[in-house]
Ligand binder design. Structure first.
Ligand code: NAD
Length: 442
């Protein structure tokens, strides 16, 4: 049976009911969801094996983006993020995009580059030539470091040489491109860099410097585009065609101004990072790659752009490098990361990258649409109000009631929430409000 990611009213039901719905739709045992997520998805003993000097674990909310359809397949997409409105915004925008047929994604092969730096090379053009002529020998040497990967259809694929610097800091940098299949690949590629380095020193007559992967994995990009009908974008106050104008205007602003592009890209990474973290992947690597790619022309640019097509349709396009794995690292050991991959039902790292990028494009659409219509604060602060209510001491159903009261009073502050909670508790004498010291206003 084809999966669905449409669950109208999902946000209105209890956590247990949501788990049951998702278990049913993804063929997962609801008890597995509970086992994997209760207690924060990671026990202290396992955490102690991951990193050093462990004192405990640090929890973050685990939600799912709905309505996501990529290349004709529906995905329930796990997102781990602390910021209110990110999951709701991605789900809402994915619903609009769905009305235009969903996301169309195209993935490069999973190629990562091992970099070997060589200094003190006398005749760099001649040395470069020798390295290129030894290509087959170098690829065979590289493959010796990744025998397991070879068995899975991966392996080293190409050798490239670049000349950097002049005079005192002149260097040769050799790249070995490695097909990492379903692994993120950092450890694999670092192994390759270390394996080929001594032979490169012989070939070039230089000294080996650094040997490590590059996180600017621009051979491992994902390109996603979508078509959104104007009717799906309309708000109570604006028709869809005017919203398209506003979104195109927002895109042009980001294309012209790095100050705006940084915030535009942050909105994309809201979605990308949340999926990256939920699936146990290295979000620092994804972030580093995304921003280096955004600056590749020398002008920091938006990763996604928006245009009007001939008809009343908005077209969005996103391109970014995406080094994600479905094996390797710690992701198969982390119970919540394992659960995420199961809920997604992706069969390869490339499919996972397509989904993460699609959620990034949805997050971007949600942000630029809000900016082009009501402004970002209205929706954002309404969702933020719940955190403020909790900070003011509200519990259980008080949270929703206090949040509603401060949104209606247009006073989404800690003081406002404390006043609303006092008013709510006034008839009851058995609860006193907690004292707060040093809590920032939102
Ligand atoms: P890894 O060392 O676990 O290697 C992947 C393993 O999975 C290999 O042994 C491979 O043979 C095996 N494998 C099984 N099935 C496979 C399949 N279908 N496709 C590919 N491989 C398969 O992990 P990695 O991906 O090489 O490295 C990722 C880790 O490296 C992450 O934890 C990351 O945080 C860390 N890291 C990152 C950087 C960086 O980004 N700069 C630097 C160092 C380490």
């Amino acid at each position: 049976m084809a999966r669905t990611s449409r669950f109208p009213g999902f946000y209105k039901v209890s956590v247990d009911e949501r788990r049951a719905l998702i278990a049913d739709a993804t063929g997962t045992d609801a008890r597995d969801i509970a086992r994997s997520l209760d207690g924060g998805g990671l026990d202290g003993e396992t955490a102690d094996k991951f990193v050093e000097n462990v004192l405990g674990t640090y929890g973050l909310p685990y939600g799912v983006a709905l309505n996501v359809r990529v290349n004709g397949h529906d995905y329930v997409v796990p997102m781990v993020v602390e910021e209110p409105s990110v999951v709701a915004a991605a789900s809402n925008a994915a619903k609009m995009i769905r009305e235009g047929g969903g996301f169309i994604a195209e993935m490069d092969p999973p190629l990562m580059a091992a970099q070997v730096q060589l200094t003190g090379v006398r005749n760099r053009p001649a040395a470069m030539q020798r390295v290129l002529e030894a290509r087959e020998e170098l690829l065979a040497l590289a493959d010796q470091a990744i025998v397991g990967l070879l068995e899975r259809g991966g392996g080293s694929r190409a050798v490239e040489v670049r000349m950097l610097g002049t005079d005192d800091d002149a260097m040769l940098v050799v790249h070995v491109l490695v097909d990492c299949r379903d692994a993120m690949g950092a450890n694999l590629v670092n192994g390759v860099a270390e394996r080929v380095a001594p032979r490169l020193a012989e070939l070039t007559g230089g000294r080996v410097g650094l040997r490590i992967l590059s996180n600017l994995c621009d051979r491992r990009c994902v390109r996603v585009h979508c078509h959104v009908p104007a009717s799906a974008l309309a708000t109570d106050a604006m028709d869809g065609s005017s919203v398209i104008d506003g979104i195109v205007n927002a895109s042009r602003f980001a294309e012209l101004d790095p100050y705006r592009a940084a915030t535009h890209n942050k909105g994309i990474m809201n979605g990308v990072d949340a999926v990256t973290i939920a699936t146990g992947n290295d979000w620092r690597a994804v972030e580093a790659g995304a921003h280096a790619f955004a600056a590749r022309t020398g002008h920091y640019s938006p990763l996604a752009t928006w245009r009007r097509s001939q008809h009343d349709v908005l077209v969005g396009r996103l391109e970014l490098p995406m080094a994600l794995g479905t094996v390797g690292g710690t992701l198969r050991v982390h119970p919540a990361a394992r659960l995420s991959l199961q809920l997604l039902g992706v069969t390869s790292a490339q499919d996972l990258a397509a989904v993460a990028a699609s959620v990034g494009l949805a997050s971007n659409l949600a942000a630029v649409r809000a900016l082009a219509t009501d402004g970002i604060q209205r929706g954002h602060m309404a969702l933020h109000a719940r955190s403020v209510a909790v900070a003011a001491g509200a519990t259980g159903d008080e949270v929703e009631r206090v949040a509603t009261a401060i949104v209606e009073a247009r006073d989404i502050t800690l003081d406002g929430a404390r006043r609303a909670l006092s008013a709510l508790l006034a008839p009851r004498s058995d609860r006193s409000l907690p004292r707060f010291e040093g809590v920032d206003e939102p």
